[in-house]
Design a protein around this ligand. Structure first.
Ligand code: G6P
Length: 396
């Protein structure tokens, strides 16, 4: 298929801008469109029967019950940016669906298989569906479980935007993230779409396992539906500012990204985006671990990006950021506008709308993608084809 850049300078920028549409499309495809309306009507007006059965899960992934019932744990296998999406997925599966979850690098898992555990859902996450390590680790899991007793039989699920890929041949069930083909080597829209797939899967499993109240499910579904316009808002109001702001980093050699909880993987992803396309050394770290090493790197020449989204670890991240500031670091905060006063610790703010902490990774990643893009573009680098990297790595 011929994919055009249209008016965008690079595919990466075009794909960043496609995210509201991709998220909207994915939510529309898998959330029963009347469920939350009916749920609301049912709870306020008992007289009018709902046309949608609100006792059914609002999420319709089209996966068979045998795949998802009686699970004891989840094992996720991925590489690169897909591995970061999987870390968000782990957080959601554990916190929402009460399922112990491991996330393995495919290149590690294939040579050190974890002990066989019964009733395990194995999920392979890959945008290309062709990453050699991911395919090899998944087929190893499949093979070693085929001859095992029933409780160990393989339950394999793929999360991808390329259903026609080798992953599609290897695993019997897929969640199509519907992100479409991605050209820019640095993954953007495929990442957000994978994370959305994890929200949907975690909510569906939470529903099946009855680990969340109906009203909490409703709150999350409502929150998910608002994300596309919130991403649009960030793009519309922040892009020019971020472009302008990125100029000051033209000589920067190192960056640190900090996050905690569900936004720790976003710190990893922000750092990865930056190093992939700008060739600036960047490390993502859980903010509370900074004192065990990275703090030694800090001085006025090392900007620190702290993802400080209101929620369970907000104050903790702010106090970690203050520790960085005390070492003269230039502090950039990804935070909600509503908390600007409290967060005057930051030298610069990349504001995003205030949302449920659990949904915040989808918004927090957007300014970080733009920051990486504009720093690299300003350096005149080949953003879509960075040196030494490939869109899909089909060799070991
Ligand atoms: C390559 C790409 C990355 C991607 C990784 C995993 O390194 O450059 O953007 O995250 O492979 O790819 P996958 O297709 O398995 O998601």
């Amino acid at each position: 298929t011929l994919v055009e850049k249209h008016s965008f300078k690079h595919f990466m920028l075009k794909e960043i801008h496609e995210q509201p549409g991709v998220v909207r499309d994915c939510l529309q495809a898998y959330i029963n469109s009347n469920w939350d309306l009916e749920f609301e009507a049912k709870t306020t007006d008992e007289l009018h029967p709902a046309t949608v059965d609100i006792n059914q899960s609002p999420i319709e992934l089209g996966l068979p019950d045998e795949l998802l019932e009686n699970l004891e744990q989840v094992q996720i296998i991925a590489c690169g940016t897909s591995w970061h999406a999987s870390l968000v997925g782990k957080y959601l599966l554990e916190q929402l669906a009460d399922l112990p979850t491991t996330v393995e690098y495919a290149s590690e898992a294939r040579y050190a298989p974890s002990p066989l555990r019964p009733h395990t859902l194995i999920i392979g996450v890959t945008q290309s569906g062709e990453t050699a390590d991911t395919l090899a680790a998944l087929s190893m899991e499949k093979q070693r479980r085929l001859n095992a007793p029933t409780q160990f039989k393989p339950r394999l699920l793929g999360i991808t935007n390329r259903t026609e890929s080798s992953l599609g041949q290897l695993v019997p069930h897929l969640i199509n993230t519907r992100a479409g083909i991605e050209i820019g080597v640095a993954a953007t829209k495929t990442f957000t779409a994978q994370v959305i797939a994890f929200y949907l899967l975690a909510i569906d499993l939470a529903w099946r396992r009855q680990t969340l109240s109906q009203s909490r499910v409703q709150e999350l579904v409502k929150g998910l539906r608002k994300l596309p316009s919130q991403i649009e808002l960030i793009l519309n109001t922040q892009e020019a500012k971020i472009e302008d702001f990125s100029h000051q980093f033209s000589d920067t050699k190192d960056f640190i990204f900090l996050g905690r909880g569900i936004n720790f993987p976003i710190a990893l992803e922000g750092a990865l985006k930056l190093k992939e396309i700008s060739y600036i050394h960047a490390e993502g770290y859980p903010a509370g671990e900074m004192k065990h090493g990275p703090i030694a790197l800090l001085d006025k020449d090392v900007p620190v990006v702290a993802i400080a989204m209101p929620g369970s670890v907000y104050e903790k991240v702010i106090s970690n950021a203050q520790e960085a500031k005390a070492r003269d670091a230039h502090l950039i905060g990804v935070t909600a506008k509503e908390t600007l006063e409290e967060s005057d610790v930051f030298n610069n703010i990349l504001p995003v709308p205030l949302v449920d902490e659990l949904l915040s990774p989808i918004l927090a990643v957007i300014p970080l993608q733009l920051l990486a893009y504009y720093i690299a573009a300003r350096r005149g680098l080949d953003v879509d084809q960075p040196r030494n990297l490939a869109k899909s790595v089909t060799v070991e």
